[in-house]
Design a protein around this ligand. Structure first.
Ligand SMILES: *Cc1c(COP(=O)(O)O)cnc(C)c1O
Length: 364
């Protein structure tokens, strides 16, 4: 057994036992989830409101004796309810343990071809990570100068296209008729990651009836206040769903636990609660935008539960640090093109009031 000096193993943060794949990985870094201090958390786009009372009741009433059994591997009842809600068939829906897991399966199922996968240069930072994990080549397409997606930039030979809509972290929405043209003209799979669609966009799910190369992913983490439960899904042509099932059943055939299935079912049945929460967040988002404009910030038009802002006189990094010092967490990305921007999650009215007061003090 070859023994590396202990200090080197720690310093280099690597092990001789790792495979080549692990050595080359460049993992995703989630937003801070501090466990020690009480922060106002406006940094990871969680919903500030609790889950629906129906969800809480479903978990309360769950027959714990059932935990001795494996869950339904197909999440049948939950998929039926989602199918009814979206006016598609059950065989058009794939359930996973968070949409991150669903996306990971999508990358493996659809994007490993000879040609590069395309996604925006400013986008969800998990996409390049999955490419590293599955050894998929990719090409980033620059957003326009106002941070929007121009679909004409995607009409090049490719092995697939993926983007969030609204985009993260820019919060900008791409219109449905543009997605339609993209699906029509593109020969490979197009994935629209709709993690934030309930906060002001129109879903592309209806288009999956017409385009067999379109797959839409959504999550219970944002608009349904269930980030801790880990649930996500994809909607698309039955052949795409079958591809995902083949990956799932070669990896973990029981990805969605029994309590999560029961809770998610209650959530889908209570649409009113979800849309009321979204309405409140949209209203707070508008108030927040107005208040920040008054403080001299530039705010991109948002269709999400977060906003993307910069101040012409203050560096985003110093604002981020000053806010953190004062107990308010927002997200700062030290990345080309966006290193003077802050992404701020829309919290409750009172959280946002504290943010605005704190910012006014800092800018003074
Ligand atoms: C939050 C988010 C997800 C992941 O959601 P989970 O279901 O919690 O895994 C996917 N895509 C984007 C763009 C997100 O912001």
């Amino acid at each position: 057994m070859a023994i590396l000096p202990f200090a080197i193993q720690i310093a280099g943060n690597m092990s001789q036992y790792w495979t080549e794949t692990v050595h080359k990985l460049d993992p995703y870094i989630p937003g801070e989830q501090p466990q020690d201090q009480q922060y106002i958390k406006l940094n990871t786009n969680e919903n500030p409101y609790p889950p629906s009372p129906q969800v809480i009741a479903a978990i309360d009433q769950f027959d714990m004796d059932r935990l001795k059994l494996y869950p339904d591997p197909e999440s049948t009842v939950l998929r039926q309810e989602l199918a009814r809600h979206f006016d598609v068939g059950s065989d058009n829906i794939f359930m996973g343990n968070g949409s991150d897991e669903v996306l990971a399966h999508c990358f493996q199922a659809f994007f490993k071809h000879g040609k590069p996968l395309l996604f925006p240069d400013i986008s969800y930072s998990f996409y390049p990570v999955y490419c590293g994990l599955y050894d998929i080549s990719y090409q980033t397409i620059p957003l326009t100068s106002d941070f929007s997606i121009n679909i004409n930039d995607y009409f090049i030979d490719n092995g697939g296209i993926i983007f969030p809509n609204p985009n993260a972290p820019t919060s900008r929405l791409l219109a449905l008729d543009q997605i339609e043209v993209l699906c029509e003209k593109n020969a490979s799979v197009v994935i629209v990651d709709e993690a934030y669609i309930d906060f002001g966009g129109e879903s592309a799910i209806a288009l999956t009836h017409r385009f067999d190369n379109l797959l839409v992913t959504q999550t219970f983490s944002k608009s349904r206040s269930l980030a801790g439960l880990r649930l996500g899904y994809a909607v698309g042509h039955a052949d795409l769903i079958e591809g995902l099932n083949r990956i799932k059943n070669s990896f973990n055939s029981y990805p969605v636990d029994a309590i999560a299935q029961a809770a998610a079912l209650a959530s889908v049945k209570d649409q009113t609660y979800m849309s009321d929460c979204c309405d409140r967040i949209i209203k707070t988002r508008n108030d927040l935008t107005k208040a920040l404009l008054k403080l001299g910030f530039e705010v991109l038009p948002s269709a999400a539960n977060f906003i993307f802002v910069q101040h012409p006189q203050y560096s985003a990094e110093s604002l981020y640090l000053s806010l953190k010092d004062r107990g308010v967490l927002v997200r700062y990305f030290n990345q080309p093109r966006i290193d003077n921007y802050l992404r701020i999650t829309v919290g409750t009215d009172s959280e946002i009031a504290t943010l605005i007061t704190t910012l006014s003090h800092i800018l003074d």
